[in-house]
Design a protein around this ligand. Structure first.
Ligand code: SI3
Length: 288
C-alpha cells in the first residue's frame, strides 16, 4: 500500500450528476499518463462532502470497474452520519477496495472517546484495513501523538493520511510507529514529509502532476535532496498558481487541456469565469 496516490477528482455535469464517461477518463489518465500507484476515491478532492450516498456508491463502482486491479484503491467512507459511513465501508470492501479511509468526524466538537468509537464502529463492520484521514485545517480536529497511538492500537488501523504542516508531530508519529503507514497530504510539502520517511502521499494536484510528484518522492528516498528540491520548486510554482486561480476548478480545467473530460464542480463551488479558464490554460502551458 506504499506509494503515490491521486486524490481522485470526479467529473460532474452542469446539474451535478456524475459524468461516468468523464470519470473513467480521469481514472485512465491517472493510471496511464500520471502513472500513480493508486487512487484515493471520494476524498475532499472528489467533492465527497457535497454529494449523496448514492453518488458515492456510483463513484466507487465506476472507479473499480475502470481501474480493475491496475492500481491500489482506497475508499474514503467517512461521514458525519455513522450509519452511512458503515454502509459505504461495507460497499467499498465488497467491491474489492484495498483499504478504506475515514475523515475524522467534524462539525460537532466530538471528544476523543467519540472519535475512537466512530473508527471502531466502522472497523467492526468490515473485514478491511483503515487509514485515518487527518486534516485539522478543514475539520478542526487536532489529535496528538498519544491519541494517534490509541487509534493505532486497533490492528486494522494501518496508517494515517497526514494533511497538516506539523512536522514535529509527523516526526514523532514516524518514530513511535515505524510499522504504520504515513501518507503526506499536502503536495506542496511532499519533499519535507518525504525526508521524514513517510510511506507515500495522497494529493489532489497529482491528477495533473503525478509523475513529477513521484520523482520528488523517489529522489528523496534515494537521498538526492538537491534534485528533489528543484522539482519541488517547479511543483510549488504550479501549485501556487493553481491555488491562486481556484483549486479544484483549475485542476479540472487543466485536465480538459490534456483532453480529459473533467466536467464541472458541484455547487456551491463556483465555476471559473472566462478569465479563470484562460488563466488555467496558461498555467498548464507554463508549469507542466
Ligand atoms: O482527500 C483528498 O482529496 C485529499 O487527499 C486532499 C489533499 O490533502 C489535498 N487537500 C485538499 C484540501 O484538497 C491536497 O492535495 C491539497 O489540495 C494540495 O496540497 C494543495 O494545497
Amino acid at each position: 500500500m506504499k506509494g503515490l496516490y491521486t486524490a481522485l477528482m470526479c467529473s460532474f455535469d452542469e446539474k451535478g450528476n456524475v459524468n461516468e464517461k468523464g470519470l473513467r477518463e480521469i481514472v485512465r489518465y491517472n493510471i496511464d499518463v500520471q502513472q500513480v500507484d493508486g487512487l484515493y476515491v471520494n476524498g475532499s478532492t472528489g467533492e465527497n462532502f457535497l454529494i449523496s450516498k448514492e453518488q458515492k456508491k456510483q463513484i466507487f463502482d465506476v472507479v473499480k470497474n475502470e481501474a480493475g486491479d491496475d492500481v491500489k484503491l482506497i475508499a474514503q467512507v467517512g461521514a458525519l452520519n455513522l450509519d452511512e459511513a458503515v454502509e459505504l465501508a461495507q460497499y467499498a470492501t465488497n467491491l474489492g477496495y484495498n483499504a478504506i479511509s475515514a475523515v475524522t468526524p467534524f462539525y460537532y466538537k466530538f471528544d476523543f472517546d467519540e472519535i475512537k468509537d466512530y473508527y471502531n464502529t466502522i472497523l467492526d463492520s468490515v473485514d478491511n484495513d483503515l487509514i485515518i484521514y487527518s486534516i485539522p485545517a478543514l475539520t478542526g480536529v487536532n489529535m496528538n501523538l498519544e491519541q494517534f497511538g490509541e487509534l493505532f492500537e486497533n490492528e486494522k488501523v494501518i496508517g494515517v493520511k497526514f494533511t497538516a504542516p506539523d512536522f514535529f508531530l509527523l516526526e514523532r508519529i514516524r518514530h513511535a510507529y515505524p510499522d504504520k503507514l504515513i501518507y503526506s497530504g499536502f503536495d506542496e510539502m511532499l519533499l519535507s514529509a518525504s525526508v521524514l520517511n513517510v510511506d507515500g502521499a495522497i494529493g489532489s494536484t497529482f491528477n495533473v502532476n503525478g509523475r513529477r510528484a513521484k520523482q520528488i518522492f523517489e529522489l528523496a528516498q534515494n537521498g538526492q535532496i538537491g534534485e528533489a528540491r528543484e522539482l519541488q520548486k517547479v511543483t510549488n510554482d504550479l501549485i501556487a498558481a493553481i491555488l491562486d486561480n481556484g483549486l479544484y476548478p483549475t485542476i479540472k480545467e487543466i485536465l480538459k487541456v490534456q483532453g480529459v473530460d473533467a466536467g464541472y464542480c458541484r455547487k456551491p463551488m463556483k465555476a471559473l469565469d472566462a478569465a479563470g479558464v484562460k488563466q488555467a490554460k496558461q498555467i498548464a502551458e507554463r508549469h507542466l
